[in-house]
Design a protein around this ligand. Structure first.
Ligand SMILES: [Ca+2]
Ligand SMILES: [Ca+2]
Ligand SMILES: [Ca+2]
Length: 406
């Protein structure tokens, strides 16, 4: 196969940056189902070392975790335009007392540091999301005493997830509890404000049939398996100090998040994406001791972290880093990926794009003089972060560029 040439042109939309090499195969992706793809994710980036003071669930249902939340391990990998995130553990489901206990509506809070700037201490004027989550964790006076992260961790983005039931009509019994999951997102600009989105509401077709992969807006996908009964024990359990099972948990929350969600306005991202995750209460006002990276609490000193506005991950009582880091191979959420060679002089061109927008690949045979660009195919709607277009007759003398049409 001849080497193909790809042009680098300052078009108003995207640049082609590569210079003529082909990748052998598409990057692998995990199945987004809430079960750990160990081969894909590799070793955990953080492992829990502290028993849960928010209760130890023992019922083992795929959706409903009764009376307990724990975060056992964190896995993350950036590939194919996504940040794939797997948080092993379980999150207490707030039932309605029909089939499932009323319980607590625990919430999983996730902060992401992926671009320069951001908030090392949460401001009080961030965007309203999930009934005021950020305001409840942010500054409450001029002394800057909102939730503080470890030194150097400046959060740029926020995600929160929780699960509960709705009571819905059925025939026998006449009412059942149907599971619901909610995922929200917000930006955390250095100067406050920001924007918020509901990424998705997860809902199974019936109370006995379960969706493997929830397809949300913005290209986000979610899998959730809440059946963990292993991992860390609860505080007060006879074997509470035994955290050796945390790394073996393979159930949890799995997210495929287009990296565009973590880019700046120009599409740029840091080469390392840092993440802190912890379990909070329904109002985001009372943090558990389930944090990744872990709190390192020792026997006799177990305890929840309390009001986030008064908590500081950089203090002596929070030793080590309460975050984990994933390498990011994409300098931009608009990056060109290496094209793939096909048969008969065809080539597949791939680039990162915005889900829901339409692109076209254009070709020119000569960059000297007046440039004539023609469409190398039809328009393509981005349904995921990687846009893929096959060009036929992709001669080595051709130059390609991509254009966003909307
Ligand atoms: Ca999986
Ligand atoms: Ca940052
Ligand atoms: Ca710390």
């Amino acid at each position: 196969m001849k080497s193909k040439c790809v042009a680098c042109l300052p078009v108003a939309f995207l640049f082609l940056l590569t210079a003529g090499f082909f990748r052998p195969a598409a990057a692998q992706s995990p199945t987004i189902d809430g079960l750990l793809d160990a081969d894909f994710y590799g070793a955990p980036l953080a492992v829990q070392d502290t028993p849960t003071a928010f209760g130890n669930a023992t019922n083992g249902h795929r959706r409903f975790a009764v009376q307990g939340s724990e975060l056992d391990a964190a896995y993350a990998r950036v590939s194919d335009g996504y940040l794939f995130l797997f948080i092993a553990g379980n999150l207490e489901t707030a039932g309605n007392g029909v089939q499932w206990s009323v319980g607590n509506m625990n919430k999983l809070d996730i902060f992401v540091d992926a671009i320069p700037g951001g908030q090392n201490s949460l401001r009080g004027d961030n965007v309203f999301v999930d009934d005021g989550a950020l305001g409840n964790m942010g500054h409450w006076d001029t002394n800057n005493i909102g939730l503080r992260f470890d030194t150097g961790f400046e959060a740029d983005f926020y995600l929160t997830f929780y699960n509960r039931t709705d009571v819905v009509p059925y025939y026998d019994p006449p009412q059942v509890e149907a599971w619901r999951g909610f995922l929200y997102y917000a930006t955390l600009p250095t100067g406050g404000g920001g924007t918020a989105r509901t990424l998705g509401t997860a809902q199974d077709p019936t109370h006995t049939s379960f969706v493997t992969t929830f397809i949300f807006t913005n290209g986000v996908k979610m899998g959730f398996n809440n059946a963990n009964t292993g991992g860390v024990w609860g505080t007060g359990d006879a074997n509470e100090a035994d955290t050796s099972l945390a790394a073996s948990v393979t159930n949890g929350l799995e997210l495929a998040l287009p990296i565009e969600l973590f880019a700046d306005d120009a599409g740029a991202l840091n080469d390392t994406i840092r993440i802190v995750a912890f379990v909070n209460d329904i109002y985001h006002r009372s943090m558990s001791n389930q944090v990744l990276g872990p709190m390192g609490q020792t026997s006799g000193g177990y305890g929840n972290l309390g009001d986030p506005r008064l908590f500081n991950f950089a203090e002596f009582y929070s030793p080590g880093d309460q975050f984990f880091a994933a390498a990011n191979p994409y300098p931009s959420a608009r990056a060109l990926l290496a094209p793939e060679a096909g048969e008969n002089d065809a080539a597949t061109f791939r680039w990162l794009g915005s889900v829901g927008h339409t692109y076209v690949l254009q070709v020119a045979t000569n960059l000297a003089g007046p440039q004539v660009w023609t469409d190398a195919g039809g328009s393509t709607l981005a349904t995921g972060p990687v846009v893929s277009v096959i060009a036929t007759n992709a001669m080595s003398v051709n130059f390609y560029r991509t254009r966003r049409l909307d």
